[in-house]
Ligand binder design. Structure first.
Ligand code: HXC
Length: 261
């Protein structure tokens, strides 16, 4: 593990965990932390990971946003570069070919909410508090929040959350369609995560990647172009040994054992 790194990457049983570890600032994102995150995302490309979990250190915060102490002295030019860079890193997160899960307990505010939105799924518990305080600071969400929140839950609800800076509880995140799963008090977060992990790891790895790519295309393409992308992704699946394994296992009434090829 690198000395002084605030982003800790571990890979175990094909599952990567990216831990944002800046607890004295509630895991706030500084420029150097974002650079470190980008490096870890690049490292992951060479790994055998089939799924990535993003977590914040400690139980108090996922990430409490961009580092306000650092931003306070930014010139508009520095702010431009910082925001552009943050957008680039979070877009890298959203474009990872394998599924990503943000595990949220405690604060996910501003840039922290945006990092969670760049992930495919959000699992939250009753301590989760999600929101965009930016307009109270005289700025707006700038690491993709205005776009990704709106794509996820629509214009009016998204603008409501951004303009009122309301903090949504874990249960509210679920009801707004921001969280995929709410872990109730008394339930184990780890057990819930394990269920997600095992059901995704059971699937054919290339099919998982193709499904993610095709679904993502719906956000940027017309229906016509999206259908072409779906057709191509599906044809790739049909060229894999795993497809043969999947079909034959069904016909032989046994569990498929996919090879990832
Ligand atoms: C820098 C932060 C921070 C942040 C918390 N801290 N959030 N430092 N940037 N975003 C630091 C505090 O200064 C404090 O350090 C320590 O973490 C603990 O925080 P407290 O405030 O003492 O804790 P608490 O009273 O429990 O309040 C928690 C909180 C509050 C409600 C989360 O810290 C808070 O409101 N934080 C700011 C949240 C925010 O506005 N996020 C959006 C940022 S803008 P010290 O050293 O004093 O003990 C953004 C835009 C990104 O993200 C995209 C455009 C650039």
């Amino acid at each position: 593990m690198e000395k002084n790194s605030k982003i800790i990457l571990t890979i175990e049983n094909e599952v990567a965990t990216i831990l944002i570890s800046n607890p004295s600032k509630l895991n706030a994102l500084s420029y150097s932390l974002l650079q470190d995150l980008e490096k870890k995302l690049d490292d992951l490309k060479q790994s055998s990971a089939k799924l990535i979990i993003f977590k914040g250190e400690g139980s108090k915060a996922f990430v409490a946003g961009a580092d306000i102490k650092e931003m306070v002295s930014f010139t508009p030019q520095q702010a431009y570069e910082y925001i552009k860079y943050g957008q680039k890193v979070f877009t890298k997160v959203s474009k990872l070919s394998i599924p990503t899960i943000a595990v949220i307990q405690g604060f996910a505010l501003g840039g922290g909410a945006e990092l969670a939105l760049a992930c495919d799924f959000r699992i939250v518990n009753s301590d989760a508090l999600f929101g965009f305080p930016e307009v109270q600071l005289g700025i707006i969400p700038g690491f993709g929040g205005t776009q990704r929140l709106t794509q996820l839950i629509g214009y009016s609800k998204s603008l409501e959350i951004i303009l009122t800076s309301k903090r949504l509880s874990g249960e509210e995140m679920l009801s707004y369609g921001i969280a995929n799963e709410f872990v109730k008090n008394g339930e184990s977060m780890d057990d819930v995560i394990d269920k997600w992990v095992s059901s995704i790891l059971k699937a054919a790895p290339i099919a998982v990647k193709m499904a993610k790519q095709a679904v993502q295309a719906s956000e940027t393409s017309s229906l016509e172009s999206g259908l072409v992308i779906e057709l191509m992704c599906e044809t790739v699946c049909f060229s894999t040994s795993d497809c043969k394994i999947g079909f034959e296992s069904f016909l032989e009434r046994k569990q498929p054992e996919f090879k990832g090829e």
